[in-house]
Write a protein that binds this ligand. Structure first.
Ligand code: TYM
Length: 333
């Protein structure tokens, strides 16, 4: 029986937040030793949809690769590679573009949001972004895509495009399933618990960066917006701030929400916030140390990416050949 494929990616657009870690990476780590063959990409072409400084951009790629390594995404256990190193991603994007309607892309929440926040640079790439993402996924016969809730709409499009292509031609693409964890799919801003935690937030206290030191982590959690009660109880509607902190605590410690509520019953918010901060620091500080070690050997990182790209290229070439043959393109390589 063919093994199942898991694919996911993160953009190298700056230091990741705790939201990226909880919504994506913590699930990747969990799924690494299951029946899935895991492929993780660094989606650098996606990042170009927003203006980048070339020097910083390259540094961000190394940083993300080192983060993957520090999170124990061992290259012996999974493939990880740089999206731009595998040219079939952009080739398939063109093919899928020919079956995508502009209206589908203009409707995307992220396109609308980014068009507002980057109104000086509303480019075609920004709009086409979900088609490139669909190509990333469909190129590898992916069965499962672990992502945070904000990527759900993009995944729906990938599924629709796969079905549309299969109906127009012949069964070519597997319809991928999302894996969106119930606990932690949308980590909220510490300053405004109605808004997603995001590294592009102007208020630095609103997010935990994976590079924050222990004191900063503690300071930011102490300042986290909660409510006027003093009961640590999960209620996402009426107690969004506390519920967000409970989610963070539960994912970082591996305890359930119920266990976490019980642990802090009768304690005030101050004690709870400190414990959340400590639980986060306990994971992030060793991770930062490992990341620094990996970053001190860029040659090793480049090697890992090169080996990963070779493996990915092999798979991607088989798929694009199948796609070209299906649609009647004369494949001559
Ligand atoms: P990106 O780089 O914006 O985010 C990477 C992952 O982090 C998740 N995430 C969150 N999860 C919970 N709470 C949050 N506050 C939070 N913020 C971010 C995202 O849902 C995502 O899983 N387009 C994608 C990258 C991509 C991709 C793909 C993903 C490119 N190709 C193919 C899956 C499959 C993106 O920009 O993610």
């Amino acid at each position: 029986m063919e093994s199942k494929i898991l694919f996911s990616a993160i953009q190298p657009s700056g230091i990741l937040t705790l939201g990226n870690y909880i919504g994506a990476i913590s699930n990747w780590i969990k799924l690494l030793d299951t029946e899935y063959n895991c492929i993780f990409s660094i989606a650098d072409l996606h990042t170009l949809t927003v203006k980048q400084d070339p020097v910083q951009f390259k540094q961000n790629v190394f940083d993300l690769a080192a983060t993957y390594l520090a999170c124990d995404l061992n290259p012996d256990k999974c493939i990880f590679f740089l999206q731009s190193s595998v040219h079939q991603h952009t080739e398939l994007t063109w093919i899928l573009n020919t079956i995508t309607y502009p209206g589908e892309l203009q409707r995307m929440t992220q396109f609308k949001d980014k068009s507002k926040s980057h109104s000086d640079n509303i480019n075609m790439g920004l709009m086409d972004y979900p088609v490139l993402m669909a190509s990333d996924i469909l190129l590898y016969n992916t069965n499962l895509v672990p992502v945070g809730a904000d990527q759900k709409q993009h995944l729906e499009l990938a599924r629709n495009l796969a079905e549309r292509f299969n109906n127009r031609y012949t069964d070519t693409f597997i319809i991928p399933e999302p894996y969106i964890s119930e606990n932690g799919a949308k980590i909220m801003s510490l300053q405004n618990p109605d808004k997603k935690m995001s590294k592009s937030d102007a208020n630095l206290n609103s997010f935990i960066s994976l590079n924050d030191d222990e004191n900063t982590i503690i300071k930011k959690f102490k300042k986290a917006v909660t409510d006027s009660e003093n009961e640590v109880r999960y209620d996402a509607i009426n107690k969004a701030g506390i519920s967000n902190l409970l989610t963070i605590y539960s994912v970082m410690t591996g305890k359930t929400i119920k266990e976490s509520e019980n642990e802090f019953s009768g304690h005030g918010y101050g004690v709870f916030k400190t414990s959340v901060a400590e639980a986060v620091a306990e994971v992030l500080i060793p991770l930062q140390k490992r990341k620094t070690q990996f970053l001190s050997d860029k040659g090793y990182i480049e090697n890992v990416l090169k080996n990963g790209a070779e493996k990915a290229l092999d798979k991607a070439e088989k798929k694009i050949k199948q796609v070209y043959n299906t649609i009647g393109i004369l494949y001559q390589k």
